[in-house]
Design a protein around this ligand. Structure first.
Ligand code: SF4
Length: 315
């Protein structure tokens, strides 16, 4: 089948099966173009919660599709490639986090949404990169906190809030691999460019950045900025949306080595048009979670959504 055939078939099957395609900003351009809704983790979680489509096709990674199932368990949730995982999700198992919690019984657990359903079930509150700082700030000042699984995001939130959260030792291998030295070199060659970075980057990269924020915050920052050139320290898929919204602006990705496309998340790029077509046609692979996990994991996610509304982060 040609690319055009896949696109036509995907559109046809989507209507026939009353399916909605939710696509993350890090998906390949063709999948973003076919998605009914494109967004970051928080926006996609909200969309998954409110949809009344019979099938949610989640074009992202496994933990995101799990979050959709947890928030809307009556829907069938499928994703094009069941092996589309995440280095952060893999760095922390529910059983290991449970042991860590038992060793620190006076701490609550705040987990970044990039974690498995089992880890969410062991957490007291979930956050995204877009709301983490405000949510942590809203917790009582003397509350001891374990932050899992991203030590870079946790370290950034510690610095922003003056907290001393205990950090799980996980990283996003895509963001953590970006080097401040390469950014400074690119900046020297492009002195008119602003450096914008995702808080999953290491602290050296964040220290040389002009703006640090979630995917959505970065998009908003670029749109409102009068600058015309940006060095983007995050996953390369976001360039599709950046270019689409700002055709007059130029975007540079951070080089990470010869012949290395390290700003591509290999997990995110596992989803292809062919796999999207096959998963819609066959309605699998499907996300199946036990009632117990859904019940326990939904509490900290719902708490996040409620607190985000109370704090005016989302509507
Ligand atoms: S970019 Fe990083 S955090 Fe996002 S899915 Fe890939 S490995 Fe996980």
């Amino acid at each position: 089948m040609t690319t055009a055939d896949y696109k036509k078939e995907i559109e046809r099957l989507k209507k026939e099966k009353n399916a909605v395609i939710l696509g993350h900003y890090y998906q390949i351009d063709e999948i973003q173009a076919l998605s009914d809704f494109v967004g970051d983790s928080l926006a996609l979680a909200q969309e998954a919660q409110r949809t009344d489509a019979s099938i949610i096709v989640f074009c992202g990674v496994h933990f995101m599709a799990e979050t959709a199932k947890i928030l809307n368990p009556k829907r069938k949730v499928i994703l094009p490639d069941v092996n589309a995982s995440c280095s952060l999700a893999e760095s922390c198992s529910g059983a290991d986090l449970k042991k860590f919690k038992e060793a620190h019984p006076d701490h609550i657990v705040v987990s970044y949404v990039n974690c498995s359903a089992e880890v969410k079930a062991e957490s007291d509150l979930i956050c995204t990169s877009g709301n983490a700082e405000k949510l942590v700030n809203a917790l009582p000042k003397d509350q001891k906190i374990i932050f899992a699984p991203d030590k870079n995001l946790g370290g950034y939130i510690n610095r922003q809030t003056g907290r001393n959260m205990l950090l799980w030792n996980g990283v996003c291998t895509v963001h953590d691999a970006l080097e401040a030295e390469n950014i400074l070199k690119l900046k020297a060659e492009n002195p008119d460019a602003l450096v914008i970075a995702h808080p999953e980057c290491n602290s050296a990269v964040l220290a040389v950045s002009d703006f640090v924020g979630s995917t959505k915050a970065m998009l908003g920052y670029i749109k409102s900025s009068e600058k015309k050139k940006f060095i983007v320290a995050t996953e390369s898929g976001i360039l599709y949306e950046m270019k689409k919204n700002n055709p007059d602006k130029k975007f540079l990705t951070v080089p990470s080595g010869e012949n290395c496309a390290c700003t591509d998340c290999a997990y995110m790029k596992m989803n292809t048009l062919e796999k999207l077509y096959l998963c819609l046609r066959d309605e699998r692979p499907e996300i199946i979670l036990s009632d117990d996990i859904i019940e326990r994991a939904s509490k900290p996610i719902v708490k996040m959504l409620e607190m985000s509304k109370e704090l005016g982060i989302i509507k």
